[in-house]
Design a protein around this ligand. Structure first.
Ligand code: IPM
Ligand code: MN
Length: 352
């Protein structure tokens, strides 16, 4: 099969972790007889430096014309500490999500048996956790009206949803629940927010189309608590953009490291695959960042974008093996030897 993949390394540790994913993908392609055609493009601070904007049209063209996009990370501290900056790397990510219509962000949370002691949570609580968040990604407070009033002394951001936006993400949630354990949790704050009441009303109206799915409605604050208390009680969760952003960082603690969690963003055009972690600028260029979240995002890409499940499984298997044998970066090494980012990538490629 011919696979045209857009490669967006981005900022910080992005380029380093992407390099390892490329090694793994190229090895998989060789083994399973595929031809990957990589096309690199600029995003984030790297793109601002080169051409003055974080998601240039040229990058969008590359993405739209690709079969899938593999993305590293975005963000640079130079902008974080400057609230007055007019152009920010994150705007590139948001623009990309919007222009590619990536409304559904799939963020699985699972545990690895060999890492169960790495989580700060009690082993008996997290064992066997296997849940997936469907985070709405192109609307809500991230894209609502925002601004300043009162000579800059008052600021506002608005959370807006249309029924249609809720329906399309909820449909993905119901379908995913049908393919798993038929349990769906709608996370909202319907006791306070009007937009949440629209979510709840819309999802309730869709229940009759999926009679086998057992739907629960829970407030986001309660979910934040139960997620670390009884993660096993959840399977598929759907939620709006900001709640999903916060809860998925929290959920990554269950697996033991944020450096392990992949994601897929799907929607109207090309799908995009990226680790859920950020650009981790303190580690940039040091060859110490964990590449596994990006490697596992590549596995999701083989499966979701190309339907190549054996290839995806081969990647997951070699990742499991590396964890089992302790070929891991410093975030997971504990008192044992820590491998470099590039060494983990080489090891994975060699052991596929
Ligand atoms: C994520 C990130 C982004 C988000 C940032 C970098 C804009 O935190 O993908 O979760 O908030 O969506
Ligand atoms: Mn986030």
């Amino acid at each position: 099969m011919k696979l045209n993949i857009a490669l967006l390394p981005g900022d910080g540790i992005g380029p380093e972790v992407i390099d390892q994913a490329v090694k793994v993908c190229d090895t998989i392609a060789e083994k399973y007889n595929h031809q990957i055609n990589w096309t690199s493009a600029l995003t984030g601070a790297a793109a601002i430096d080169a051409v003055g904007e974080p998601y240039p049209d040229k990058t969008h063209d590359v993405c739209v014309n690709a079969d899938a996009v593999l993305f590293g990370a975005i963000g640079h501290p130079r902008f974080d500490n400057d609230p007055s900056a007019k152009v920010r790397p994150e705007q590139g990510l948001l623009k990309m999500r919007q222009k590619l219509g990536l409304f559904a962000n799939v963020r699985p949370t699972f545990t690895f048996p060999s890492l169960i002691d790495k989580s700060p949570l009690k082993q008996e609580r997290i064992e066997g956790t296997d849940l997936v968040f469907l985070r709405e990604l192109t609307s809500g407070i991230y894209f609502g009206k925002r601004g300043r009033e009162d000579n800059g002394n008052t600021a506002y951001d608005t959370c807006t949803y249309t029924r249609e936006e809720v329906q399309r993400i909820a449909k993905k949630g119901f379908e995913m629940a049908m393919s798993r354990s038929k349990k769906l949790c709608c996370v909202d704050k319907a006791n306070v927010l009007e937009s949440s009441r629209l979510w709840r009303e819309t999802v309730q109206a869709m229940e009759k189309d999926y009679p086998e799915v057992e739907v629960s409605y829970e407030f986001v604050d309660a979910v934040a608590m139960r997620l670390v208390q009884w993660p096993n009680s959840y399977d598929v969760l759907i939620t709006e953009n900001l709640f999903g952003d916060i809860l998925t960082d929290e959920a990554s603690v269950i697996s033991g490291s944020m450096g392990l969690m992949p994601s897929a963003s799907i929607g109207e055009k090309t799908s995009l695959f990226e680790p859920i972690h950020g650009s981790y600028p303190q580690a940039a260029g040091k060859d110490i960042a964990n590449p596994l979240a990006t490697v596992l995002s590549a596995a999701m890409m083989f499966e979701t974008a190309f339907g190549l499940t054996d290839e995806a499984q081969a990647i997951r298997n070699v990742v499991d093996k590396s964890l089992h044998e302790g070929v891991v970066t410093e975030d997971l090494a504990g008192n044992s030897k820590a491998y470099k980012t590039s060494e983990v990538g080489d090891w994975l490629a060699k052991n596929i």
